[in-house]
Design a binder for this molecule. Structure first.
Ligand code: HEM
Length: 422
């Protein structure tokens, strides 16, 4: 749905979640990139933040992780005390060198070579899911496919029992969808006082349930070790010390949420983009060798994580604006991925786009997505297996978006399948 661009830059409100329910406000981001690339945004219930919207600027800031720190104030927009930051600090909210040591524990399991061993398993899973779903003819693509595939794969990698997958999906929804009433009811972050939960990731009480789950699983893995990430985490040491119980819980929560929600929403956006751009769908179906570039384009197009926040640790000048030490600085990956200074015709969905060095996984900094190779592989294989069904898939109702300016989430995509492959 088109909404008029506000007449005044000051009327752009990137904290207005109702706008994000309707669309990603690419028109606003274009305006900011063109006219005020380091833009001050007031917040109703916060200190306000700087919005960085150009590709090259975000890249430059990411290359200075100690000046634009993830660790000083965390990566969410919440205004936290140092104690709260420390209490909820996962890999994602840590600065080097602490970050480097922790990341080294799991890095090896997520290299291109390491994830390649999952390819056959991913293919088998997606085939089964598609074969079970298509005969129903009319279904919600998110519920039946986009939720299922990433979580089933993650269950394998993490060592979580498959039958628990919906419990984990639900907890992830409540954590990352903390501004979406459908997921959290009255505990909507921008409308409730969640200060009692500020020491928890995403200021969400769902974190406590995820922590309990993690500890229960750790007990199981101690009794029956596997080759999974949880077994690795409970046995690994940094400089001779095991991970503390708290570090383990935070790491588990990060991996479960980062590994399932992002890929889910990317697939959902990918499907929507293909169904709404049937020339690109036909092109992909006619030439399956495009699956790799199409997957990359879907990841750019979706940009499942709109932004992450940093905190300036010194006064810095950006485009003539003085960012003061302690200010919140928001890196809008979603805007960088439509920056016409970097991409040719960025508003065009192009399954053959090359080069396509997008920022959906971050770029240039130490927090570059740990699961990027896994996500790429999942989406490519998903596309290859989905392609034979695609010409006969059609939207069957409105696409339902999440109320969030953090996650570019899709809650439902009703579809109808009219083909013979059942
Ligand atoms: C299309 C899917 C995905 C997208 C769009 C995505 C996006 C991101 C982004 C934007 C970041 C932060 C980058 C930065 O701050 O510079 C990140 C970090 C991270 N992602 Fe992903 N991600 C995806 C899939 C995955 C998967 C499958 C996993 C696997 C478990 C994963 C695990 C992580 C972890 C652990 C981090 C923190 C890394 C660190 O702080 O060192 N992600 N991801």
């Amino acid at each position: 749905m088109a909404i008029a661009t506000p007449a005044d830059l000051a009327d752009i409100d990137l904290t207005d979640l109702e706008t994000f329910v309707q669309r990603t406000p690419h028109d606003w981001f274009k305006r900011l990139r063109d006219e005020d690339p380091c833009h001050w945004q007031d917040e109703k219930s916060g200190r306000g933040f700087w919005s960085i919207t150009r590709y090259e600027d975000i890249l430059a800031l990411q290359k200075q992780p100690l000046v634009f720190s993830a660790g000083v104030g965390g990566t969410s927009l919440d205004d936290l005390t140092p104690e709260q930051v420390e209490a909820r600090m996962s890999l994602l909210d840590m600065d080097p060198p602490r970050h480097t040591r922790l990341r080294a524990l799991v890095n090896r399991g997520f290299t291109p070579k390491a994830v390649k061993v999952y390819e056959d398993r991913i293919r088998m899973l997606i085939r089964t899911i598609l074969e079970e779903t298509m005969p129903d003819r009319e279904f919600d693509f998110v519920d039946r496919i986009s939720i299922e595939l990433p979580m089933q794969i993650l269950s394998d990698i993490m060592g979580t029992p498959l039958e628990d997958r919906r419990t984990l999906v639900n907890l992830g929804d409540r954590l990352l969808g903390n501004t979406e009433p459908e997921f959290v009811g009255d505990l909507v972050k921008d409308q409730s006082d969640l200060s009692q939960y500020a020491h928890l990731p995403f200021s969400s009480p769902a974190a406590l349930e995820m922590f309990d789950y993690a500890l229960g699983l750790a007990d199981l893995k101690r009794a029956q070790p596997g080759e999974d990430v949880v077994t690795i985490l409970i046995n690994s040491e940094i400089d001779g010390d095991r991970l503390s119980e708290h570090e383990f819980k935070l790491f588990f929560l990060l991996l479960i949420t980062a590994g399932n929600e992002t890929t889910r929403h990317t697939m959902s956006h990918g499907l929507q983009a293909l169904l709404e751009n049937r020339d690109q769908l036909d092109r992909l179906c006619a030439d399956p060798s495009l699956a790799g570039s199409a997957a990359e384009e879907i990841i750019r197009w979706a940009t499942a994580v709109h932004h992450f926040r940093r905190t300036a640790t010194e006064d810095v000048e950006v485009h003539g604006r003085t960012i003061r030490e302690g200010d919140k600085v928001v890196l809008w990956f979603t805007s960088a991925n439509r920056d016409e200074r970097h991409f040719d015709a960025p508003m065009r969905f192009d399954v053959g786009r090359t080069p396509n060095k997008h920022m959906a996984f971050g770029l240039g900094g130490p927090h570059y997505c740990l699961g990027s190779h896994l996500a790429r592989l999942e989406i490519k294989v998903w596309l290859e297996e989905l392609a034979p069904y695609l010409p006969d898939l059609h939207l069957n109702g409105p696409v339902d978006r999440m109320r969030s300016n953090f996650f570019n989430g899709i809650k439902r995509i009703p579809v109808r399948y009219e083909g013979d492959r059942v």
